[in-house]
Design a protein around this ligand. Structure first.
Ligand code: NAP
Ligand code: MG
Length: 401
């Protein structure tokens, strides 16, 4: 292994898993080279969040990163960790610096039946992580007053004024925006991801109702597809489809999966939780942030699993699912291997994923998966996290126990 991977350590139970995965599944098998950044909350506080920015810059420089889940501080965390500031979400900071798109994909194992039985292949969700209600301006409006949409030029001269609503009684108003630049880089990220992973692209919005805002999303996607991707899609035998969001939801439910579902910001927020839950557990959802200039940051979609961490601190052995974090490492090793032409490394990453799935499919798993496991003649056995990791390592070395 030549170029290092950017390693971002994190918090609570996932920080514990992180150490164990390295100890049991990585270091005995490969010469692991990383550039280490500690994104645990104490170190973020000590560096006034400088370490997060440094880790994101390193990802731009080296191209591949793997990130452990981290705490996004709130008032309660400020007290718990005696913080100097309420630091922003590290994921938000990294996303801003890399200008990336997040792709989330469930990890499927035989025997873990999705709640939607027709979903045989993963449904990958691409969420536009900029704008709409996440950068909205909102106000309460008193009855009798009116709200307007006003656009001004640089000098503040009014160019356009539209009545939103003349309020008879009290009400609320919201202003949202997006930029054509952000929509365009979102479109390119999605089309590139689809080409690399050979997936059809389904995009849904509501352009019949939102004739300017959502219509602009539709137009920009169509233009970029036609000018830059149509031929490549044809050659790869994949397709791009735009439809109304309600129609796309209905089609997704009827489908066998296996497509990239492109979602506007809010739709992606909601639908990725639905897809994760339908596939069993948050512990089985992987996530990757892809920047338009080709940097990758791999992580689990879940958080730091606080409830399990407090049990762990009390000396209890927990059964926390490490699969999404193993997937993050495997994703990073595979990508590093591909970029460096290091076939051995990429092959190890694949072997690690296979060994993990084989362990589950043979009936050995963490507690979250047990209720959903159904395989003829195999009974699910609940293991602690460490037992499960050791079982995977035995599968990796090919020994049977
Ligand atoms: P969470 O850590 O995802 O956990 C919520 C619950 O989901 C857990 O209590 C557990 O349920 C289940 N769960 C999640 N991951 C699991 C796993 N790997 N194995 C087994 N069960 C799992 O969400 P949270 O408790 O809302 O957030 C905790 C902290 O994580 C917060 O400080 C938040 O800021 C942070 N967070 C970070 C990220 C990130 O870095 N990407 C994302 C989300 C949240 P049971 O307790 O019922 O077993
Ligand atoms: Mg959500």
């Amino acid at each position: 292994m030549t170029t290092p991977i950017v390693e971002m350590d994190g918090d609570e139970m996932t920080r514990v898993l992180w150490g164990w995965i390295k100890e049991i599944l990585l270091e005995p098998f490969i010469d692991l080279r990383t550039e280490y950044y500690d994104l645990g909350l104490p170190e973020r506080d000590r560096t006034c969040d400088g370490v997060t920015v440094a880790a994101a810059e390193a990802t731009k420089r080296l191209g591949v990163a793997v990130k452990c889940a981290t705490i996004t501080p709130n008032a309660q965390r400020m007290e718990e960790y005696s913080l100097h500031g309420m630091w922003k979400s590290p994921n938000g900071t990294i996303r801003r610096i890399l200008d990336g798109t997040v792709f989330r994909s469930p990890i499927l194992a035989k025997g873990i039946t999705p709640y939607v039985p027709g979903w045989k292949k993963p449904i990958v969700i691409a969420r536009h992580a900029y704008g709409d209600i996440y950068n909205a301006v909102e106000s309460r409006v008193q009855g009798g007053n009116s709200a307007y949409l006003v656009v001004c030029d640089n000098s503040g001269r009014e160019l356009e004024r539209k009545l939103i609503h003349g309020f008879k009684g009290d009400g609320v108003v919201q202003g949202v925006h997006n930029t054509e630049g952000s929509i365009a880089s979102f479109a390119r990220s999605c089309f590139n991801y689809a080409l690399q992973n050979k997936l059809d692209v389904w995009f849904g919005a509501k352009d019949t109702i939102s004739k300017t805002y959502d219509a602009r999303f539709k137009e920009i996607f169509a233009q970029i597809y036609k000018n830059e991707y149509e031929r490549q899609f044809e050659a790869a035998k994949i397709t791009y489809m735009y439809s109304l969001i309600d129609d796309v939801v209905a089609r997704i439910m009827r489908s066998n999966g296996g497509m990239l579902w492109v979602c506007k910001n809010y739709d992606g927020d909601v639908m990725s939780d639905m897809v994760a839950t339908a596939n069993g557990s948050l512990g089985m959802m992987s996530s990757v942030l892809v920047s338009p200039d080709g940097a990758y940051e791999f992580e689990a979609a879940h958080g730091t699993v606080t409830r399990h961490y407090y049990k762990h601190l009390n000396g209890e052995e927990t059964s926390t699912n490490p699969v999404a974090t193993i997937w993050a490492w495997a994703g990073a090793l595979k990508k590093r291997g591909e970029l460096d032409g290091n076939r051995q490394l990429a092959a190890f990453a694949q072997k690690l994923q296979k060994a993990t799935l084989k362990t589950i499919e043979s009936g050995y798993m963490t507690g979250d998966l047990v209720p959903q496991f159904k395989r003829r003649s195999i009974t699910a056995m609940r293991m602690t996290t460490r037992e499960f990791l050791l079982k995977i390592s035995l599968e990796l070395t090919g020994r049977r126990v």
